[in-house]
Design a binder for this molecule. Structure first.
Ligand code: NAD
Length: 364
């Protein structure tokens, strides 16, 4: 079936790596019309904002988007494009598969067998943006409220961030994690929080996770505290499968897990909601190598494989992932960031690595 997908090339290396995506999709023979929408630093001068409404209109129309990295200028009063997209489209789930591909440099001595999927709640928690500045020298009704209602006397030089976690938000994300596990034949979901300390916020998450888990008797469920989980992931990452976490812990664990499998350069990602899904590489725009044909296209290509699977092109998704994995394993046609000291093969450029992947698509 022919379909239209919104393509946001993004800033920096974004256009180079999304060009490779287009080439690979053609090689796979998947019928996609790209609705190309520029965003970020590239459009601010002309359109005055990094995320013009036409982009949201395009995603609402097409339901699916593939996004290169986008820069949000710092200190110029713009809200992050990524945060705006999540809010405007209610992309409540951040999906970050972290799988080790042989040939990738990892500091872990035996990374084989790492195949994690991190499901992070995207809308609640300390990221909700409810913050209050310290304010000495004037009446502070919030501090008075806290003193009178919790008995805690905070100094007037205390800044405060509020951590909202709801039963409905927790059930929604945990259900997403179990549905994902069921669809992809995963065996175990681990719910992670700090419910022993934050009983009234993380406690709700823990309770909701346990309640939801009972609806999926075929998938094992276990609960872990976030501090223990960090150690477990470094020591025994291969024991874990799907992890589901509130926003802040999910943010941190996603990067930790990406580090285990060789870094953000090879970690795909997606932000998903009930109606829309935006697939993206997890690295940034890499301005230091932009326009130099040096960027590794593996992250955005693995995100493309996730997208293909999501739109029902599972066969193409498998072929693309296999082609990427083969090129990485052979190590001959990969970009400089994947090279080890003493490697006999010189690094290749973004386009050449893309071409090597296309050849594998054709030959495997
Ligand atoms: P970055 O990921 O762009 O770069 C960090 C380092 O990793 C650099 O040395 C870079 O050259 C290297 N790198 C990144 N991607 C690579 C690739 N595909 N191949 C080879 N090397 C790669 O992080 P940063 O420098 O902190 O951020 C730069 C800009 O990107 C900022 O404006 C930031 O806001 C934006 N950003 C966007 C997203 C997104 O859109 N999802 C995510 C992170 C950062």
């Amino acid at each position: 079936m022919r379909r239209t997908v919104t393509l946001i090339p993004g800033d920096g290396v974004g256009p180079e790596i999304t060009d490779v995506v287009k080439t690979c999709i053609s090689a796979l023979g998947v019928d996609i019309d790209w609705d190309i929408q520029n965003a970020g630093a590239a459009v601010i001068e002309k359109e005055k904002v990094p995320l013009p409404d036409r982009i949201l209109d395009s995603i609402r129309r097409n339901k699916i988007a593939l996004k290169g990295p986008v820069e949000t200028p710092v200190g110029k009063g713009f809200r992050s494009v990524n945060v705006q997209l999540r809010k405007a489209l209610d992309l409540f789930a951040c999906l970050r598969p972290c799988k080790y591909y042989p040939g990738v440099r990892s500091r872990i001595t035996s990374p084989q067998g790492i195949d994690l999927v991190i499901v992070r709640e995207n809308t609640e928690d300390l990221y909700a943006g409810i913050e209050f500045m310290e304010s000495c020298g004037e009446d502070n009704p919030l501090l008075t409220f806290i003193r009178e209602n919790s008995g805690v006397d905070l100094g007037c030089d205390t800044g405060i961030s509020i951590k909202p976690i709801s039963i409905s938000g927790s059930e929604r994300i945990v259900t997403f994690a179990f549905e994902y596990a069921q669809r992809y034949g995963r065996k175990k979901v681990t719910g992670i929080d700090k419910a022993n300390i934050m009983k009234l916020s993380d406690g709700l998450f823990m309770q909701a996770a346990e309640d939801v888990s009972r609806r999926y008797p075929d998938i094992a469920y276990e609960h872990k505290l976030i501090d223990n989980m960090c150690m477990q992931l470094v020591q025994f990452p291969e024991k874990y499968d799907v992890l589901v976490l509130p926003n802040l812990y999910g943010d941190i664990i996603s990067d930790l897990a990406a580090g285990l499998i060789g870094g953000l350069g090879v970690a795909p990602g997606a932000n998903m909601g009930k109606e829309y899904a935006v697939f993206e590489a997890t690295h940034g725009s890499a301005p230091d190598i932009a326009g130099q044909d040096k960027a590794n296209p593996a992250g955005i290509l693995l995100s493309t494989a996730l997208m293909l699977d999501h739109i029902g092109e599972s066969d193409a998704a498998v072929r693309l992932e296999r082609a990427i994995a083969t090129v990485i394993r052979e190590g001959k046609a990969v970009t400089g960031d994947m090279k080890q000291a003493g490697d006999p093969h010189p690094p290749v450029g973004t386009r050449a690595m893309g071409q090597a992947i296309v050849e594998k698509i054709d030959s495997l």
